[in-house]
Design a protein around this ligand. Structure first.
Ligand SMILES: [Zn+2]
Length: 254
């Protein structure tokens, strides 16, 4: 079987709800004509790609603002009318009612109160991404989804962490390569600390950078255990370098 092109891979992922790519509305607020039916493809890291896709049948086309949309406008959607209607329902935004919002607020408060989970665990991308995954599965399912069947137990999750982290690093490596290829630099921040109970040392490496549009990005490259307890300059430099090697960005650093 010949290797799939990126467009084919995106199309396959969109159709199978793989979650690697999403279709976002182009120029929100300025929807007209073709952009009612089409959206721009973004990858998992929220990077805009040079592809547009039909929101109904997920057909993917190469798209750049410079090349125009002649090809896209010729697209005749072959999805049966009933499915188009279903897709329209799917893409239609549900307006959250006051009562739904209150129910959710109580559920979130319960989540924090059970086992005294920090309020901080509500902010950021983590919980949002988790809820979004569950909502997406729910809205794509016919019938009731049982939560116990859906949720993996903690042992399964912890077994997956290492491989998942490496997958994430591989994806981040590509994002960073794209950034460095654009000729822009990054700023690195290190932090070192020791946990109070087991006295293990850790180092975190975070980078900050902007893109051509001055959007600010913060990426945590590592939170890695550090064997050496004394925080000498040599040790810090060595651990920092080791951390960067993983992302193949050493050559771009100095
Ligand atoms: Zn279509």
């Amino acid at each position: 079987m010949p290797a799939m092109t990126l467009a084919q891979r995106i199309e396959h992922d969109l159709k199978s709800n793989g979650g690697e790519y999403v279709i976002r509305n182009n120029r929100p607020g300025k929807k007209s004509g073709v952009w009612e039916a089409f959206g721009i493809v973004y990858d998992r890291n929220n990077v805009k790609l040079d592809y547009a896709a039909c929101k109904s049948c997920n057909k993917v086309y190469t798209f750049k603002t410079s090349t125009g949309m002649a090809t896209i406008s010729k697209h005749k959607c072959h999805v049966p009318a009933s499915e188009v209607a279903a897709a329209k329902v799917f893409f239609k935004k549900h307006i959250i009612t006051k009562q739904e919002k209150e129910t959710m607020t109580v559920a979130v408060a319960d989540y924090c109160m059970t086992n005294m989970r920090p309020f901080e665990s509500l902010s950021g991308l983590g919980l949002k991404a988790l809820i979004k995954t569950a909502l997406d599965i729910g809205s794509n399912s016919i019938g009731r989804v049982t939560i116990d069947e859906l949720l993996a137990n903690s042992t399964t999750v912890s077994r997956n962490i290492d491989s998942h982290a490496w997958n994430g690093r591989e994806k981040l490596t590509l994002v960073l390569k794209k950034h460095f290829d654009s000729g822009l630099n990054v700023a690195c921040t290190l932090d070192l600390w020791m946990d109070a109970v087991k006295k293990n040392s850790y180092m975190s490496i975070t980078i900050h950078y902007i893109d051509e549009m001055f959007n600010l990005y913060a990426r945590t490259l590592h939170v890695k255990p550090v064997e050496e307890a004394s925080h000498t300059a040599e040790m810090v430099l060595e651990e920092f370098s080791k951390g960067l090697v993983v992302f193949k960005v050493m050559a771009d650093m100095y």
